[in-house]
Design a protein. Sequence first.
Length: 354
Amino acid sequence: MKTYRPNFKLAEEKAIEFIGYLDKKELPIKLMKFKKVFNNLEIKTYSWYSKKMGLSIEKVCEDLGSEDGCCVYNDLNGKYRIYYNDTIENEGRKRWTLAHELGHYALKHHEMYGQNIMQRNSISNENYEAFEKEANCFARNLIAPPHVIFHFEEKDPSIIEHICKVSSEAAQNIFRFLYKGVREYGIGYSKDYAEKLGFKDFIHQVNNRYFCKNCRVHYTIEKPSYCSCCGNKALTKTIYKFGDEFEMKYPAVVVVDFNGRAKSCPCCQNEELDYEGNYCNVCSTYLVNECADVYDDNPFGDQGILVESCGTKLSGNARYCHKCGNPSRFMNAGHLKAWNYTPIEIDELDEIPF
């Protein structure tokens, strides 16, 4: 049997091909989705195998020849089954194992070498190592596509670990491999190509995610100076998504179209707005949420100094302009309550003064 040389270019191309099969182009890659993409692929856990065969997990590891996972090929029906050890606590390690075994499947190593299961004692060391390197290359490009992570504004292994959901060790290795190639070999990654792969919106979200410590809300917006929810100026740029952890205190948004125009009137709920113009044809409410004029407070009781609107179109839930800090039109009109608004509850037993 001839010695096989790893084809890293093919492994990279196959990883990109697999990413193309996924509907949502975002990280972390949903690896379990691939069992629905391919009708000749199954993915099972060691726990499933343990229960089915009446074996301990230790015995399963021994039978399958790996503590982490393996890929088994049935040459009678041309189907594959990937097993991974779900009892391992490190989630990143489990994801890497699954991506690695998908690499063996994608690159057809079993069919190429005529083996039902890839084990070191069943093929030559040289070929075994070559197949392992190819599968690792596939896993790295699938789970942490360099065309995408290269365009994260913040460069740090911890970012790869968090966004790609890999182990700390894997994130360090991916980071070194990526930037060593850039520095020493002049490898480049086009942003146009990343967008062609479908990751334009995802990259924008990662690079423009902010968190407000005052109202504890996160959102994606480009270069804000003020929080659009509470008007606070102290914003933190972060790759981490905090918002799901907090209960938002403000009411739901007014749904707007791409031009910032409400799809139904926030005042009278008129939905027949399929005409040109920015005013409701029933109650004359202005339908576009944008930065509004505001008067500075004057300690002498006069109206104060006019701070003109910067004219920025805003999202349907923006209470304040993220550029200049002025209140929004929807906020001024009362269509949106303050982020910390709490309705006053009147005890039924209290005397109502009217």
